[in-house]
Design a protein. Structure first.
Length: 311
């Protein structure tokens, strides 16, 4: 049995425009790292956190990484095992890129590996969902499922939980831009209307089905015209500076489709190649700079592996 492990878990793009809480995909960067060690001292301790500017709790019951590690140990019948954890945030908090998910998944994958992989990555999803509940008040799976499984993921049902890995075009790239403005996930969720018109629901169902079909068929045009959201995006777009200008710029530069990543403020475009993705991020960052808004950009293939052991 290993005594120490270092794990990376990827950021994710949840919703993929039309699939609120049911679609998501993983990217190669950014992500988070967790170092975990077995010790002879009983209990789970969180030794340090870096890269969070002091925003995350060190209390092992309040931090998602350590709290879910405790939950995992209870499940496998090792509640008194000794664990020391370091969390190294390599991605912005509150970016809409699954920051809490990446931390939780890295920790879960680490502890499961240390204890001889008693559960599959798919079986770890309910544990990771508890981490999301701790972080933002709701245990959704559209970040943690792709972070654990890699690729594109569909959550067909939450009760019972039914997770499906989807195929996707091998050449697909994501262009991601994070404008450094504050959009807390809890606040963004509260803005969503609780009732929708049937005609809007029908439109949304058609787009989700179209997007999934497009991924199966490698049909870029179908993927693109399905990336339309009539339920959530119209409200959340208000929180993102010049959202519709950014979308128009991305589409003019060759994006297949464009939307908000998770609850925002990050936005993303899907493209057929890396060069187009790079051009889109450059153009969007330049526009945000003209608005005196700093931003970070990431260009990535769809991550196929999920979490990985670094050493």
């Amino acid at each position: 049995m290993k005594r120490s492990i270092k794990v990376f878990a990827p950021a994710t793009v949840a919703n993929v425009v039309c699939g609120f809480d049911v679609l998501g995909f993983a990217v190669n960067e950014p992500g988070d790292e967790v170092i975990m060690r077995l010790t002879d001292k009983p209990g789970v301790s969180l030794l340090k956190i870096t890269g969070d500017e002091g925003r995350l709790p060190l209390d092992p019951d309040k931090n998602t990484v350590s709290a879910i590690a405790k939950h995992y140990l209870q499940h496998i019948g090792q509640p008194n095992a000794g664990i020391e954890i370091e969390l190294h945030k390599k991605m912005p908090i509150g970016s809409g890129l699954g920051s809490s998910s990446a931390s939780t998944v890295a920790g879960l994958f680490a502890i499961n590996t240390l204890f001889d992989n008693q559960l599959s990555n798919k079986e770890l999803i309910p544990f990771a969902m508890k981490g999301e509940e701790l972080a933002c008040g709701y245990g959704h799976a559209d970040n943690v499922a792709p972070a654990l499984m890699g690729g594109f993921v569909l959550i067909r049902s939450y009760s019972p939980l039914d997770i499906i890995s989807l195929p996707f075009p091998a050449e697909l790239y994501a262009a991601i831009v994070y404008p450094e403005v504050d959009v807390p996930t809890k606040d963004a969720r509260q803005m969503i209307r609780s009732k929708v018109y049937l005609k809007d629901a029908v439109t949304q169902w058609g787009n989700v089905a179209g997007l999934v079909s497009g991924l199966f068929m490698n049909d870029y045009e179908l993927i693109g015209r399905s990336m339309t959201d009539v339920l959530v995006e119209p409200t959340r777009a208000i929180l993102i500076p010049d959202f519709y200008v950014l979308r128009a710029m991305a589409m003019e530069t060759g994006a297949i489709g464009f939307g908000i990543s998770g609850s925002g403020p990050s936005v993303f475009a899907l493209t057929r190649d890396k060069e187009t993705a790079k051009k889109i991020t450059q153009n969007l960052q330049q526009h945000l700079k003209s608005l005196s808004i700093n931003s970070l950009a990431f260009v990535s293939e769809v991550n196929k592996k999920g979490p990985v052991v670094l050493d």
